[in-house]
Design a protein around this ligand. Structure first.
Ligand code: ATP
Ligand code: MG
Ligand code: MG
Length: 553
């Protein structure tokens, strides 16, 4: 398919294989930091890393990049594992943790010290940043740069033993304070953090930096292609410096691709965490969140998310993708796979004078094309509900313009009879409260005589057999295409009406569904039974997405 042409990393792997550069299989990894839930951007990285491994018969590891205990939590670890599995991927071997390599990282730091390539620096953070200079101004060497190997070994050991307070000193690599690449100006390898770690407890009070952990973790695991996002491009020389200067067991290479950004969406764990912390949404898995668990709860399917990700170009530039592209994939999947059902949001009672007093059970296909999805029993009764917007007394509306029920005219009830509206009953203020209608006999699955041709097909629910359900109607969480662009604060663009909760009447069969069952409520949209709150006793359905805009409604 066309997406295959837009993935430069695939091409690199193909070339590596053709040139005999790989001694074993392709190994990739997905390396989240457990400091939040995964979002749609991570889905792209997951599909890329797991997808390439799958394609080339290799392995993809799931490795938690857990080097900063201050921001990390076990809850996030569990949510991330669940999300990756839900997307349909299987990591090779056990889940891995950068923290399980801490002993090895420590030994390698000692190795660098012994080689005269790392030193303990006592500059404060402020001083260090002043010494570092900036892109166009070479930095100054730290006064601690000349410490002897012995002194550094002893100080580093003291750091490890907890003899110094947080922030008192750091371990830095001795590279080049004049490098045009700021990442090579004696980067930090270790910081003191007197914080308990979710995996290693209180064993350590010094923690490696991302840069010192990442490539070495890749090397330990035999990762061949370490794929990350563009902001790490400038870190690559440092990644390579560590691999070249340490006795690592393999030689991984880093490649960078463009981050996925979506319009009308924020995708940064920091911002998403703020939405949760300030209770703008109900949690990380709120159906309005662009998190994997939020989209799941919204009724987006793993297949659709994967199709979306696989259709994205993997390029060396960041880009903003139109959310309509994602919505297209969701609708496509649900149109093909969601069972049909009927639910009336604004009920208007219709009494059918010539209908039987008893319930007539109709057999209706669950899907218009997919016979394998079977049939359901749909109760037809003398009193039904239709949507108030599907009826009018205005007989001047043409058949083409208003393909619904008009007084004196015919309409088909989906899966049931053709009916004719005979009269209306109004309350004291003149509002229509009921329509009196009659059915045309023998029109279930059959056309009526030509002169009774229905204007269109509308949905309906038995007034006596239907069940009340709660609907959670979601809209976009952000009103602006680029949240925060106008004011600098993305919170200014939060949609205050992104959730409306309402009651509706649904056909009875659907309330017994399992949580996370997606339906197309005919003519209304795609809805999913809520993963957490739905039960047969308290049915709750979330609006996944509206139907494609059509002329008729
Ligand atoms: P955020 O900025 O949202 O906190 P992050 O990059 O810090 O994200 P990590 O947990 O470090 O989050 O990400 C794990 C992997 O997912 C990394 O390889 C990262 O590059 C990738 N990733 C994160 N966000 C995106 C995105 N928007 N598009 C593509 N890949 C992403
Ligand atoms: Mg990161
Ligand atoms: Mg981050």
């Amino acid at each position: 398919e066309s997406a295959a042409h837009h993935n430069f990393i695939r091409t690199i792997i193909q070339e590596d294989i053709a040139a005999g550069r790989l001694t074993g299989k392709v190994v990739t990894r997905f390396p989240p930091e457990p400091n939040g839930y995964l979002h749609i951007g991570h889905a792209k990285s997951i599909c890329l890393n797991f997808g390439l491994a799958e394609e080339f018969g290799g392995d993809c590891h799931l490795r938690f990049d857990d080097t900063n205990p201050a921001k990390e939590e076990q809850e996030y670890i569990e949510a991330i594992m669940e999300d990756v599995q839900w997307l349909g991927f299987k990591w090779a071997g056990d889940v891995r943790y950068a923290s399980s390599y801490f002993e090895q990282f420590y030994d390698w730091a000692v190795h660098l010290i012994k080689q005269g390539k790392a030193y303990v620096c006592d500059l404060t953070a402020e001083q260090a940043s002043e010494y570092r200079g900036w892109a166009t101004k070479p930095g100054k060497e730290s006064p601690f740069r000349g410490r002897s190997v012995e002194e550094n070994l002893s100080l580093f050991e003291k750091m490890k033993n907890g003899d110094f307070d947080e922030g008192f000193c750091v371990l830095r690599a001795k590279i080049d304070m004049a490098s045009p690449n700021m990442n090579l100006r004696d980067p930090i390898l270790y910081r003191i953090r007197k914080k308990s770690h979710h995996q290693t407890g209180d064993k350590w009070c010094i923690y490696p930096s991302y840069d010192f952990a990442h490539g070495q973790g890749d090397a330990i695991e035999g990762v061949t292609h370490s794929i990350c996002t563009l902001e790490f491009q400038d870190h690559r020389p440092l990644y390579e410096w560590f691999i070249a200067n340490l006795p690592v067991p393999s030689q991984p290479k880093q490649y960078e691709f463009g981050r996925l950004n979506l319009n009308y969406t924020v995708t940064s764990k920091r911002n998403l965490k703020q939405l949760v912390d300030e209770q703008i949404v109900a949690g990380w898995n709120d159906p309005r969140m662009p998190t994997i668990s939020g989209m799941r709860r919204r009724g987006y399917t793993a297949a659709a998310l994967r199709a979306f990700c696989d259709g994205l170009a993997v390029a060396k530039t960041d880009g903003i993708v139109d959310i309509a592209q994602l919505e297209f994939e969701i609708r496509k999947d649900l149109n093909e796979n969601a069972a049909r059902a009927m639910c009336v949001l604004t009920p208007l009672k219709v009494t059918i004078t010539n209908a039987d007093e008893s319930v007539e059970w109709l057999e209706v296909a669950n899907h218009p094309q997919q016979e394998a999805m079977g049939q359901r029993a749909l109760p037809f009764t003398k009193e039904i509900f239709i949507d108030a917007s599907d009826f009018t007394e205005d007989t001047s509306l043409s058949r083409k313009k208003f393909k619904r029920l008009v007084i004196g005219d015919y309409v088909r009830l989906r899966g049931a009879y053709v009916i004719k509206a005979d009269e209306v009953i109004k309350d004291d203020s003149g509002d229509i409260i009921e329509v009196i209608a009659s059915l045309v006999p023998y029109t279930v699955g059959q056309n009526p005589p030509a002169e009774m041709k229905p204007r269109g097909v509308i949905h309906w629910v038995s007034a006596t057999e239907g069940k009340e359900v709660e609907l959670r109607l979601y809209e976009r969480l952000f009103l602006a295409e680029a949240p925060g662009k106008a004011t600098g604060n993305y919170l200014d663009d939060v949609n205050p009406d992104s959730l409306k909760v309402t009651k509706a009447i649904a056909e009875p069969a659907i309330v017994n569904c399992e949580p996370e069952t997606v339906f197309q409520f005919e003519r209304e949209g795609y809805f999913v039974s809520d993963r957490y709150d739905h039960s047969a006793e308290t049915p709750v359905f979330n609006l996944t997405i509206g139907l494609k805009e059509t002329v008729d409604k």
